[in-house]
Design a protein around this ligand. Structure first.
Ligand SMILES: Cc1cc2nc3c(=O)[nH]c(=O)nc-3n(C[C@H](O)[C@H](O)[C@H](O)COP(=O)(O)O)c2cc1C
Length: 441
């Protein structure tokens, strides 16, 4: 199989509105997108038009709410239902859902993801995470187990699930109407997996998809997460604010893969990028200001801590004075601080500094498409990323903006493919074939 040397791009598909909490109230946005599977399908189709390799659906599982009075929950109603709807209306784009190894029975996960893989003709990926929030655990009447127990269960769960995926042999399905043989029973065998945390007899009665079985993704930053991903994952969904940090993280995952006897190129590190794409910086900032509303200004106190200088809310429309900028120092405790100071030194008003998204949870591009393309090129060529997962501010028009304004630049620069390599997620990610467990690990 041809190894993909160009960057990979995924789309963050969450609550149907976009990554900014004010997205649900923007003009042109259907306020009922939260429950609209049609909206998700339309957004997936927009990403497919842009040749994105995959959709990434985070999950708690369940919503983690900060303020239901004014904000939409951040997650899908149900990630597998969304992807089933999307699978029927798209042809090429990969379908990646988060599924907790702590709060699911492995047999159920194995069955749902392989059914999705068959339904989508080989486009499914499973983001195998252990869950870490007590608010999620409370939905199951539980407390979060220790890291050792969560990751212990995760290692067993992935092995068990891959065994179930392989338990229906690759060539077991005969379906010969003339001879009357439906399947070769000698190739459909129980797995009799007995672990410390999880067990299953099997088999799973689902034949292979066009890509054999789903691809494993992981998202997490702890040493235990590095190890789990290095052993099983082909893609890591990451979060990093600087090239140096992304590079370091990517290298850790690559080293971990190597320690399990794998080729480091088998694991792709994909950090996030948030986007507000408009014709110029000013228009983009104004869009962010409209999106942020009052909540933007409430972040001034935090910006003050990032820069180490007192900021006066009554001067929200003025730049930071030269005297203050001279003494400002980026906080050691927040990796976003250096970027915030850099923006401040460009002379933007306090409101505009905040509108640059300097306190968001991934790097943010607020400006014309070329700025996003430059960011992605710099990180990709520095060996800091194998691609990016994109979180548009407002999905209703933000996906199209990225597809129309950023993708063509990346393609012209030879950094992004112009056609899908094939129809399966493995082909499009350049991931080698696997059926059942990986015998090397
Ligand atoms: C970019 C990124 C995305 C993540 N997405 C999810 C998610 O959708 N659901 C989830 O439960 N955890 C998610 N996580 C959290 C991790 O899976 C993990 O629980 C967290 O990093 C705590 O790590 P630890 O349990 O290894 O200490 C994500 C982490 C990162 C870095």
């Amino acid at each position: 199989m041809k190894i993909n040397k160009k960057m990979l791009i995924g789309l963050h598909l969450g609550n149907g509105y976009g990554s900014q909490s004010g997205a649900w109230r923007m003009p042109g946005v259907d306020p009922m997108s939260y429950t609209s599977f049609d909206a998700r399908v339309k957004q997936a189709q927009a990403a497919e038009r842009g040749k994105f390799q995959f959709l990434f659906l985070p999950d708690g599982p369940g919503a983690v709410m900060t303020d239901i009075e004014t904000e939409a929950p951040a997650f899908n109603l149900d990630v597998m239902m969304t992807l089933a709807a999307v699978a029927r209306e798209t042809e090429y784009i990969g379908l990646v859902a988060t599924g907790s190894t702590t709060f699911n029975e492995p047999f159920n996960l194995a069955r749902q993801f392989k059914a999705l893989d068959v339904m989508s003709q080989g486009r499914a990926g499973w983001n195998a995470i252990t869950s870490s929030g007590e608010d999620v655990a409370a939905n199951y009447g539980r407390r979060i187990p220790s890291s050792e127990d969560r990751y212990g269960r995760a290692h067993e769960t992935i092995q068990l699930i891959q065994s179930l995926w392989g338990s229906w042999g690759k060539d077991a399905w005969i379906h010969n109407q003339k001879t009357g043989q439906f399947a070769n029973k000698d190739q459909i065998l129980p797995i009799n997996f007995q672990g410390k945390y999880v067990s299953s007899r099997g088999p799973l009665y689902i034949p292979p998809s066009e890509q054999g079985q789903p691809i494993i993704f992981h998202a997490g930053g702890s040493p235990n997460a590095h190890e789990l991903a290095g052993r099983f994952a082909n893609v890591v969904i990451g979060a990093a604010f600087t090239i140096e940090d992304a590079k370091a993280q990517r290298n850790i995952f690559r080293a971990s893969a190597k320690s399990y006897g794998r080729d480091p190129d088998e694991i792709k590190y994909i950090p996030g990028l948030m986007t507000t794409i408009a014709k110029n910086r000013r228009t983009a900032l104004d869009r962010r200001i409209k999106l942020g509303g009052d909540s933007l200004i409430q972040r001034l106190g935090y910006l003050q801590q990032m820069l180490g200088v007192a900021l006066d809310p009554s001067r929200i429309n003025e730049p930071i004075s030269k005297v203050q900028l001279d003494v400002a120092r980026p906080s050691r405790y927040d990796p976003r601080s250096a970027n915030a100071l850099k923006i401040a030194k460009e002379g933007w008003s306090l409101r505009d500094i905040l509108a640059h998204g300097v306190i968001d949870y991934h790097p943010v591009i607020v400006g014309p498409g070329v700025e996003a393309a430059d960011h992605m090129q710099a990180w990709f060529e520095a060996g800091a990323a194998d691609g990016f997962w994109i979180s548009p501010d407002v999905n209703a028009d933000g996906i199209d903006a990225f597809v129309n304004e950023v993708v063509p630049i990346l393609q012209e620069r030879g950094l992004f493919h112009t056609e899908y390599e094939g129809k399966t997620l493995r082909e499009n990610l350049g991931v080698t074939d696997q059926y059942g467990i990986d015998p090397r690990v």
